[in-house]
Design a protein. Structure first.
Length: 121
């Protein structure tokens, strides 16, 4: 994933963002609240495959708004391999969530990728 679909800082700051709801300007532009808007963002796993990074993201965004990310080619392939191993062992994601993060969420976000994958079989 490129940075346009990535994090707005880390999710542990969500409470601070929610305090912005007290501002009249924010209330006017986000009547449902800033956290509601933030929860519509997608977060990736790039260089964040620890429980301390993923638990807050899961709590904030839910499993449908987390996608696999590697930051490749900006990190070496061995780091990407390590990240994948860590995600596979991550205890904050159940098997259904791991599947969603690995493929399902991206295919829902970009359905044409699923069509290309099916056509290539």
């Amino acid at each position: 994933m490129d940075t346009s679909t990535r994090r707005c800082g880390d999710s542990s700051r969500a409470w601070r963002w929610a305090l912005a709801d007290r501002s009249p300007i924010v209330k006017e532009s986000t009547p449902k609240g800033l956290l509601t808007c933030i929860r519509q963002l997608y977060f990736d796993t790039a260089l964040s495959s620890s429980r301390y990074a993923m638990r807050p993201v899961l709590d904030l965004a839910g499993p449908k708004h987390i996608v696999f990310g590697s930051d490749f080619p900006f990190v070496h392939a061995d780091v990407v391999d390590f990240e994948i191993q860590q995600l596979d062992q991550l205890d904050v994601f159940d098997e259904a969530t791991k599947s969603m993060v690995a493929t399902q969420n991206v295919l829902e976000l970009f359905p044409r990728l699923g069509r290309k994958t099916a056509a290539g079989k």
